[in-house]
Design a protein around this ligand. Sequence first.
Ligand SMILES: [Zn+2]
Length: 274
Amino acid sequence: MNYEQLIQNFLSIMANELSPNDFEIVKQNIRKISIKFLEKESMSTSGLYNPNGLITLHRKDEVTFYHELFHASSSYYDENKLVLNSGFHHQHINEKKDIGRGFNEGYTELLTQRYFGKNGDSGYSNELHYAKLIEHLIGKEQMQSFYFKSSLDDLITEMCKYNSLENVLKFIENMDKFIILTELKENKIHSFSENTPFTEYSKWFDELNEYVNQTYNELNQFIIESHLNKLYNDSDYEKKKAELMAMMSTPLSFNFREYSFNIDLQMSGNNRTI
Ligand SMILES: [Zn+2]
């Protein structure tokens, strides 16, 4: 792969698509990167970005590289607050506080697919689905701008126009659960031995499924509530509601299991809440 050429291609597409201010951020950040290729068969990630500018790739494919370039374009370290900001992911170094990881991966993947296409399964299809619905709620230009400025606070403020702060924070926290549960599941599988009774094994996975299903329902509930609050009094209410339902009706999957939702039913139980 010719990284230099891919970077040039990335910059020329971003120059066309982004506002001059957002593009300036991208340009400054891309200047700082360095790239390393590490062959590791068993890695679950295909690429990594570290906010000092290093991109580590485990798979040589262009789409993975573009995904990492988006992380690189939207990251900075706040030395005063000791916070690592990367898009919508904020990590407090000393307090071990971490917020927005799932949301950030979903939106990074959305941008990658929008501008550079898709290459197999990124592993973030749930996060992407909900990030797309939030973009639908607050608007593409605004959301892209918050992402490159790495301003989770602006995103939260905007989302609070349509729901309570408590629900917004819960939504962002729920978006992290797919990544957390995937890691937990991998550790759990390693802890099972040949002698583990099947009942114990299946009980754990039943509980996992139950929990995932509940998470999906809470995420859907938030999306529905927020959109209906926004659409309240809209002259095109029925049309926009149908559009939302179509976007939400895609079946989602976690751990090889498909989950589908009765959006009509979830929506009909909803009244304007704020
Ligand atoms: Zn990523």
